[in-house]
Design a protein around this ligand. Structure first.
Ligand code: CS2
Ligand code: MG
Length: 402
């Protein structure tokens, strides 16, 4: 089964998505997500100029060989652009193989390990009261797990708080918006949010929070300790993780479970975190960590060290990534949870899919493949619109982590 064409489709149904479509001489095609928020065109060029010419004529069934060819053959290994491009090829090839086998993708991975995929939704509010109300709305919608993000007094904006309560799109400007950040104000405020959430909803709901890379290890230790009475499901991205050893300090001080990894692109970004059990959940996912092929390797290493998966699933990952991740989630033995930031209707129309939400779980359909497609005609109606993620500055102007 030969690859005869590799089409890179850029579409902006409210936000930019990059999709790779691989066509074969058997009449089958597969698609993969190649979206890298704020750097989309870098991946477009990587695929069009450096990957596609090498794929034409190759056997689409040789998923592993093609993965190794694109990883080792690049010479310049790792990194989000390279690994997102490889991920798109890999996901499309797994889609093709499952279609050729006449099976939903999870069957090829090893079959279902669970009835459905528990997901968490995103509740957010300008203040504690509004956030508590939004968490209540998500519980009413059937979610068992809810991430809570709240505005911080005296800060004009903060991560994860959006005007629209169902959708959150941080890449909202043609040049990076400059946000203001204060760790002190944030650390003094967040524990009260979770105190109120537990007072209101009791111990049952799984509560999550994303610190979004903004704390030092000792600040993260302070927040983790302060949150212990509220038994979070996880505290995410407490610290930037280039220095994986930094998490030793957090681990020494708190039992609050830690999650990290949505920005990771290979197992090398998290090998020490996993081997030293410095985290509890690994957030790497299909679109940015080299596809199904590499994500399985990360999950297998994690499973040796009591670490569970918690795949990233923000709106800037397309429904293609979500669909493929759900098949992975159904199979992976050390599953933890799946992030599910709903896409808009405009996006869902461009990416018809068969996964459905019910009582806090996502379920995939039984059609062959990963169950997600792209409507190329409709996609063509939404041309690329440059959009960047914001940057953060401290009160004195220091450029900080967003
Ligand atoms: C966030 C993301 O979903 C999350 O946990 O960290 O919203 C992240 O900010 C975006 O994916 C960045 O593009
Ligand atoms: Mg996050």
């Amino acid at each position: 089964m030969k690859i005869i064409d590799a089409k890179v489709i850029v579409s902006c149904p409210g936000r930019n998505f990059v999709t790779l479509k691989l066509l074969t001489d058997a009449g089958l095609y597969g698609i993969g997500d190649a979206t890298l928020n704020g750097r989309e065109l870098a991946v477009v060029s990587y695929l069009q100029d450096h990957v596609a010419p090498c794929l034409i004529g190759r056997d689409a069934q040789q998923i592993e060989d093609i993965w190794q060819y694109l990883y080792r053959g690049a010479y310049w290994r790792k990194g989000p652009v390279t690994m997102t491009a490889i991920a798109a090829v890999d996901t499309a090839l797994w889609d093709i193989k499952a279609k050729a086998a006449g099976m939903p993708l999870y069957q090829l991975l090893g079959g279902k390990s669970r009835r459905g995929v528990m997901v968490y939704g995103h509740a957010n509010g300008e203040d504690i009261e509004q956030t508590v109300e939004q968490v209540g709305n998500y519980i009413d919608m059937g979610y068992k797990a809810i991430r809570a993000q709240c505005g911080v007094p005296d800060l004009p904006s903060t991560y994860g708080v959006s005007k629209d309560k169902m959708f959150y799109e941080p890449a909202a400007a043609a040049l990076p918006a400059e946000n203001l950040w204060s760790t002190e104000k944030y650390l003094n405020h967040i524990p009260s949010l979770f105190e109120k959430l537990r007072q209101t909803f009791g111990p049952e709901p799984h509560l999550l929070h994303d610190a979004h890379h903004r704390l030092t290890p000792i600040e993260a230790a302070r927040l983790g300790k302060a949150l212990e009475p509220y038994c979070l499901f996880w505290l995410e991205d407490a610290v930037t993780a280039e220095n994986q050893a930094g998490f030793r300090i957090v681990r020494q001080h708190t039992t609050t479970p830690l999650a990290v990894g949505e920005v990771f692109s290979t197992v090398w970004d998290c090998k020490q975190l996993l081997e030293e059990q410095l985290i509890d959940y690994i957030r790497a996912t299909v679109v940015h960590a080299g596809g199904i092929t590499h994500l399985r390797r990360i999950a297998d290493l994690a499973s040796l060290h009591h670490v569970r998966t918690g795949c990233h699933g923000a709106t800037d990952l397309s429904p293609v990534s979500m669909g493929a991740a759900l098949h992975f989630d159904l199979w992976v033995p050390n599953f933890g949870i799946q992030e599910y930031m709903r896409h808009t209707q405009m996006t869902d129309e461009v990416f018809p899919h068969n996964y459905t939400f019910k009582d806090g779980y996502l379920h995939v359909g039984e059609e062959p493949g990963h169950g997600v497609d792209i409507d190329e005609k409709l996609a063509a109606k939404y041309p690329y619109q440059r959009a960047y993620l914001p940057v953060n500055r401290l009160h004195d102007g220091t450029l900080y982590n967003w």
